[in-house]
Write a protein that binds this ligand. Sequence first.
Ligand SMILES: NC(=O)c1ccc[n+]([C@@H]2O[C@H](COP(=O)([O-])OP(=O)(O)OC[C@H]3O[C@@H](n4cnc5c(N)ncnc54)[C@H](OP(=O)(O)O)[C@@H]3O)[C@@H](O)[C@H]2O)c1
Length: 334
Amino acid sequence: MKRFKVAVVGATGAVGRQMLAILEERSFPVSEVIPLASPRSAGRKIPFGGAELTVRALEPGAFAGVELALFSAGATVSREMGPLAAQAGALVVDNSSAWRMDPEVPLVVPEVNLEAARKRPRGIIANPNCSTIQMVVALEPLRAAAGLRRIVVSTYQAVSGKGARAVDELVRATEAHLKGAPIPPAIFPSSMAFNVLADWKPAEAGYTEEEIKMVNESRKIWSDPALRVSATTVRVPVLNGHTESVLVETERKLTVADAKRLLRDAPGVILCDDATQPMPTLASGRDEVFVGRIREDLSTDNGLCLIVAADNLRKGAALDAVQIAEALLSSAAS
Ligand SMILES: NC(=O)c1ccc[n+]([C@@H]2O[C@H](COP(=O)([O-])OP(=O)(O)OC[C@H]3O[C@@H](n4cnc5c(N)ncnc54)[C@H](OP(=O)(O)O)[C@@H]3O)[C@@H](O)[C@H]2O)c1
């Protein structure tokens, strides 16, 4: 069986660490794994496959011989280094926002549009934003059966979506708050302890960048540029696992029973029974997207309301990237 030389860019970060864990868990056929990060982390040891890997500083020559490069070190790094990795011959799967809306870069969620990954003129494939991924996985079976007319989504996003330092900040801010000695925030614009806030940059028409990403990315994934999507994204003091409240209006009516039947067999989805709510504590550490609390919307004719929860670091980022790589490299591996 062929084995691949794999570079993980951002290996010390919240997503990068999950990438290493997932490569190991899924026995991805690796000949060598090269963990890359900023010069701050060069020389650091990280566990992989029962041994220790030494983190290297990312530099342009780092991709010699690399066949798969998984990027999660932010958009600036991806913009600069992604093309270099592709030129060196690597299949590049990028988790940042750098390439998502580039018409020459497919934006891929394997359960939804894997076929888009076959055409990649830049040699780069983009992973959507974490909040988009779990929404499209949950809605794809409904879309395929009844068409989509409109989506209204509100998110409840975990702090791990902002990286490893954001998780530390919530823990420290919570402890400080409980001791009655609040600390000033560094990563978030206000303290996240016992708080709810939209911490993304403003984009257009009063929406944040995160909200606009959900609109544009779902349109691109479903090749439906006119799809009506409206998003409100909010951060909550949860360490890991994003939750979403989704109102979906379909072209043809689906009953709650129809939706449950479709979701029960959907790839990557766990349909929660009526006694179980999709929650971040249920989804964190799991690969599947949890869907539940399915109700007929009371304000539209063809509307369904549902709650969707998933691990933003796994299905929302690292797992999606590894699944794309598995699908594209599997023929070469056998
Ligand atoms: N967190 C999520 O749920 C999520 C979901 C989807 C997509 N993403 C995307 O994934 C990317 C990483 O997110 P994260 O949450 O893992 O962030 P993070 O925890 O802050 O980790 C960032 C990683 O990038 C590395 N890095 C930073 N600057 C670098 C540079 N100049 N050269 C090389 N490496 C550099 C860091 O290395 P050092 O440790 O050396 O600083 C670290 O390994 C972002 O683009 C984010 O938008 C995140």
